[in-house]
Design a protein around this ligand. Sequence first.
Ligand code: ADP
Ligand code: ADP
Length: 228
Amino acid sequence: MIRFEQVTKRYPDGTTAVNDLSFEVAEGELVTLVGPSGCGKTTTMKMVNRLIEPTSGRILLDGEDIAAADPVRLRRRIGYVIQQVGLFPHRTVLDNTATVPRLLGRPRKAVRERAAELLDLVGLDPAVYGDRYPDQLSGGQRQRVGVARALAADPPVLLMDEPFGAVDPVVRERLQNEFLKLQATLRKTVLFVTHDLEEAVRLGDRIAVYGQGTIEQFDAPAAVLGAP
Ligand code: ADP
Ligand code: ADP
C-alpha cells in the first residue's frame, strides 16, 4: 500500500533528515514510527502526502509513484492528524468535522449525518458536542474531533503525528484504546508517529524503530521488545 524505495531527504541547510529509507506498509496495517526527537519521523510522514518532497528515491502509494500524483487528489486519499489539531475556532465541532467533504461538494445533509456518525465513533455525542466551539472542549476532546475530521473524507490512509501527545497520560490511554477499537473496524493503513515506546508497542501491528535518519528495526511488537 505504502512503499518507500531508498528515500533520502536533505533539507536546504544540509541536514539529512532521512537517509536511504526503504520499507513497506501493507493495506490495513498500523505501523508506529518510534524514536527520539529529530530522527526523521515527521519528515517521513510529510513526504507521504507531499508536504515535503524527497531529495532522492521514490514513494509508491498503491503501486503509483506519488511524485506523479496531483497533491490535492493525493491528500483526499490521506487523512492527517497532528499533535495540536488546528480546528477552525469559529466553526462548530460538527462543521469542523464536515469541512473536507463539504469542500468536495458532497450533499449537505449526507455530510452532516456522516459527521455526526464520526463524532459518535470517536466518543463525542454529537447531540452534546456538535454545536460547541473548539475552545469549549478539553484537549482530549479536540484531538477526537481531529481524528473524526481526518476520517470524514474516508481516506484509505491515515497519517498520525503524535496525535495524543498533548494530553495527560490518563486521557491518552483512553484515546489509544478507543483508537484501537476504531481501527479494528475501519482497518485504515496507518502511519503513527510517537516518541513513546509504550504507545508504539500498544498500537502498532509493526514498529519502525528509528535511529538517526534510518529505520534500525522494523518488526512486530514482541520482536522489538525481545531484542537485545
Ligand atoms: P522527528 O519527527 O523524528 O522529531 P524530523 O523529521 O522533524 O524528526 O526532523 C529530522 C531532522 O531534520 C532533524 O535534525 C530536524 O532538525 C531536521 N529538520 C526538520 N525540518 C527541517 C527543515 N524544514 N529544515 C531543516 N532541517 C529540518
Ligand atoms: P478530557 O478528559 O477529555 O481531557 P477534561 O477533564 O479536560 O476532559 O474536561 C472535562 C469536561 O469539561 C469535558 O466534558 C469538557 O467538555 C468540559 N470542558 C473542558 N473545558 C471546557 C471549556 N472551556 N468550556 C466548557 N466545557 C469544558
